[in-house]
Design a protein around this ligand. Structure first.
Ligand SMILES: [Zn+2]
Ligand SMILES: [Zn+2]
Length: 494
């Protein structure tokens, strides 16, 4: 975890320990009398102690926290910590409340967000975006963008859509757009709207030359880019296409007479990747012809194909290799497979599969967004927007982390058993710990914003119900009768 500078360290101090400190170590600064009376006031997490000397009537005020402007630092830092970590305010405040920590209300958290924290996030994100885009502009290289939309809830009832543009060579998020479903004709159109806004911003505000955009095969986006951005090379992410072909093949293999297909599905998908990756840029017809050759191959024909790819690239088959479960020609299974693999809708898209850059990092970024804005929680527009920006700040700082190595220099891996593998495992690289430099920068901005605030009621307005009027507290033995009488009165009033 990050360590704050020594002067900024915060401790949990129990009331009894504080009273002990005062009673044992403190005396009146004027007359050195040790008979001090304390009265305390809570403002959220802040404790304000008024200390009165019994003898010379000296009176002083002590605050348990420094102030950022007029805001007690502990209060705004708590709100900042909650938002900047993507946590739930309700949960964090409840944890602290269960511990018995004196707290501000959730309303104060929302006020902090609105008046200070959202501004801070916007400021840092804009600064970083300015920096990234200026660099891209200065390099004068054309830009390869990966774009993808994400809905805040599954299905078609999403309230917000987030569109992310990532520069794939640098693996940085260069723009995020939040679209609310009522801004467009329903949540289905949010993805296209997000892409349009993002391109408008990158091309018109920044004058950037977007050479390539890689997306999934979203129909609206395909059409819009073709009609309105013909100079952009629009390519598709292989994984998305592979996923949809695989789904169709698996469904087909479950129908009557097509079971033999089951053993071929993985090879067909591998062949898709190979067709794209093994082809030099620009030879799009060759990609298509390579792809179509798999239909011949699975029927045990390996040469004499039409088009630019005339025979399989593998060595002549020998021995057991010839004993594969080939699909017999002119049967239902081979006809249906051909329909799926060579459909009129699919083939033009096969030519447009991206060989070297994919949108998997955009997908990974969207998984990260879930950490900052869990789908089960509801957020305001600003809240959602800031949480996506925070995810982008985190990604851009941590997107290039190296793999963790042990002390003797071996790379570290971990084993996972995802549900989709049905008992199988996957091996993942363990990365170096994430860093949170962006949080330190945000906190600097928060402090400056608080200090720059004019007199507009920035002092936290404590919830009157939570703050005891004057919690009479004294380490001197109070007059017991008075105390009991006060207690009885309070109970009767309640
Ligand atoms: Zn005194
Ligand atoms: Zn073959």
């Amino acid at each position: 975890m990050e360590t704050s500078e020594p002067g900024r360290r915060i401790f949990l101090v129990f009331w009894t320990c504080l009273v002990q400190l005062i009673s044992v170590w403190c005396s009146c600064p004027m007359c050195y009398c040790r008979k001090l009376a304390l009265s305390c006031k809570e403002v959220g997490t802040l404790l304000q102690l008024t200390i009165k000397c019994d003898k010379c009537s000296y009176e002083g005020l002590w605050n348990s926290q420094p102030f950022f402007g007029k805001i007690a630092a502990g209060n705004i830092l708590l709100s900042a910590g909650i938002l900047f970590s993507g946590a739930s305010a309700t949960k964090v405040l409840r944890v602290l409340s269960h511990m018995g920590v004196a707290l501000m209300s959730i309303r104060s958290f929302f006020r902090h967000q609105k008046k200070i924290l959202f501004k801070a996030v916007h400021q840092l994100w804009s600064e970083q975006q300015l920096w990234n885009l200026s660099h891209l502009q200065a390099e004068r290289e054309s830009i390869i963008c990966g774009g993808d939309g994400r809905a805040d809830t599954p299905g078609h009832s999403a309230k917000y859509g987030t569109y992310t543009m990532m520069e794939l060579r640098k693996n940085i998020v260069i723009d995020v757009q939040l679209v609310q479903s009522n801004e467009v004709e329903g949540s289905n159109h949010m993805e296209k709207e997000g892409l349009q806004r993002s391109l408008n911003f990158l091309q018109n505000t920044w004058n950037l030359d977007i050479e390539t955009v890689i997306t999934d095969r979203h129909a609206g986006i395909k059409k819009w880019l073709r009609e309105h951005q013909p100079h952009i090379l629009h390519l598709f992410d292989i994984w998305h296409v592979a996923k949809s072909i695989k789904k169709k093949l698996l469904a087909l293999s479950k129908t009557g007479g097509c079971q033999a297909l089951q053993g071929w599905v993985s090879s067909i998908i591998n062949h898709l990747y190979w067709s794209v990756v093994s082809t030099p840029p620009g030879l799009t017809q060759l990609i298509e012809d390579k792809w179509k050759s798999v239909v011949e191959h699975i029927q045990n024909r390996h040469t004499g194909f039409a088009g630019q790819f005339q025979s399989c690239a593998h060595q002549p088959l020998e021995g057991r290799e010839r004993q594969k479960a080939w699909l017999p020609p002119h049967t239902k299974v081979s006809t249906e497979v051909e329909k799926v693999l060579c459909s009129k809708r699919l083939l033009p898209d096969i030519q447009k599969l991206s060989p070297d850059h994919q949108t998997c990092s955009v997908e990974a970024f969207h998984s990260l967004v879930i950490n900052f804005a869990p789908k089960m929680h509801h957020f305001s527009f600003e809240g959602m927007e800031c949480r996506v920006m925070l995810a982008a700040l985190h990604w851009n700082e941590n997107g290039h982390r190296a793999q963790h190595t042990t002390k003797d220099g071996r790379k570290t891996y971990s084993l996972h058993y995802p549900k989709r593998k049905k008992g199988g495992h996957v091996v993942r690289k363990v990365l170096e710990d994430a860093s949170f430099g962006y949080v330190a920068s945000l906190l600097t901005i928060v402090e400056a914003l608080c200090k720059g605030e004019e007199d507009d009621g920035e002092i936290p307005q404590p919830d009157p119900g939570r703050i005891p009027e004057a919690l009479a507290a004294s380490y001197e033995h109070p007059n017991k009768e008075d105390a009991v009488r006060a207690r009885v009165t309070r109970f009767n009033a309640a």
